[in-house]
Design a protein around this ligand. Structure first.
Ligand SMILES: Nc1ncnc2c1ncn2[C@@H]1O[C@H](COP(=O)(O)OP(=O)(O)O)[C@@H](O)[C@H]1O
Ligand SMILES: CC(=O)N[C@@H](CCC(=O)OP(=O)(O)O)C(=O)O
Length: 330
């Protein structure tokens, strides 16, 4: 595991997309310096564009990173930038804070257990309405202000996601989460068709429930967006899963801000998972599931920093926390 405090010596001299050399502090640029820096930034992007062009990246856009207009616009620009760099971005969006706001407005109570919303039938109606009818529409409008690229899908459309009811364990006790789903299968046909047509699929994570026989029960389930993004990244054979959130990355000793982890292996993460709390549980479980399933990199990046995703994809140092495949030596 390497943190910003102790850059791992094993990270030096690695290939594009794998390295995390620590960047020394730079003096403020002026005049020609600035022009030179801009040119260098463009040139630095070249090997990454070459490496990732033609691949699919799943980007999870989280509720807390989407509460500010400027950030939302910057995110839409980044997605369109990826597309024009020849990458196939697939956006999976959350909307937890927006769901909370609507539930409050309607006077419906809801609580989180182990980072997941306990979802009653009444809350499920609101989740479906807010995710697919509000958050997704806003995001599509922002992306399409650059051109007619984005098409929205719910996990229900084309039965893209199929899920069974999920439970969770909090402090060793089984918790009934109600209408919360765990993805059991992903049907990629609709997404493949959209990508083949150079479109940008934008997916909300409401999923039809399937029974033990695999047939739809008629119910819909609320799937955490991190979890759904991981399942999608695995099913699409994505080159990366990038999860935007409202912290710099994963902290080893949260909330100690000096403990940011820049890189860790899936085996290191597996050992760390039981100690994680709140919203980081589904996020890091998602990164682990994606890398275990063959996605070569999963990243947590700070959605509060405009264009953080571009910095992750197109710079050598990257940003945030990356999870890479690696056997535990302990
Ligand atoms: N070890 C940790 N490292 C970073 N953040 C953590 C950690 N443990 C808990 N958190 C909390 O998890 C939050 C991110 O989860 P969440 O609020 O669900 O994000 P989002 O809305 O982006 O899905 C952070 O804002 C932070 O408060
Ligand atoms: C089961 C569960 O917790 N579902 C989430 C779905 C939205 C989500 O994941 O949004 P963020 O990415 O913004 O957290 C919820 O109801 O809030």
């Amino acid at each position: 595991m390497s943190s910003t405090q102790q850059p791992s010596p094993s990270k030096t001299g690695e290939q594009p997309g794998t390295g995390r050399p620590a960047s020394p502090p730079m003096p403020e640029p002026t005049g020609m310096d600035l022009a030179q820096r801009k040119a260098e930034a463009l040139i630095e992007a070249l090997p990454w564009i070459q490496r990732f062009a033609g691949t699919t990246m799943v980007i999870k856009y989280g509720g807390n990173a989407m509460v500010n207009d400027g950030l939302r616009r910057a995110f839409a620009e980044d997605i369109v930038f990826l597309r024009h760099a020849g990458i196939n971005p697939v956006v999976v969006h959350g909307g937890g804070p927006q769901i909370n706001a609507m539930l409050d407005k309607l006077g419906i109570e809801s609580e989180f257990r182990g980072g997941l919303r306990v979802t009653t039938p009444q809350a499920m109606d609101v989740v479906r309405m807010v995710l697919t009818g509000q958050v997704q529409r806003d995001l599509i409008g922002l992306i399409n202000s650059h051109g007619p690229y984005a098409v929205g899908l719910s996990g229900e459309d084309g039965a893209t996601l199929q899920a069974v009811r999920a439970g969770t364990t909090v402090d060793g006790i089984e918790v009934d989460l109600g209408l919360v789903g765990e993805v059991t299968a992903v049907r990629t046909d609709q997404i493949d068709n959209l990508l083949a047509a150079q479109m940008i699929p934008v997916l909300s994570t409401v999923a039809p429930e399937v029974g033990a026989d695999g047939e739809p029960t008629g119910a819909v389930l609320n799937v955490n967006a991190d979890t759904a993004a991981a399942a999608l990244a695995a099913a699409l054979g994505a080159s990366k899963l990038v999860i935007l959130t409202d912290v710099e990355g994963l902290y080893a000793a949260w909330p100690d801000k000096s403990s940011l982890i820049s890189s860790l292996t899936n085996d290191e993460l597996r050992r760390m998972l039981p100690s994680l709390v709140s919203g980081m549980i589904p996020k890091m479980r998602a990164c682990l599931a994606a890398v275990d399933a063959g996605v070569s990199r999963a990243h947590i990046v700070d959605g509060r920093q405009p264009h953080s995703m571009l910095l992750e994809v197109f710079t050598t140092a990257g940003v945030g926390t990356q999870v890479v495949p690696g056997k535990d030596e302990k």
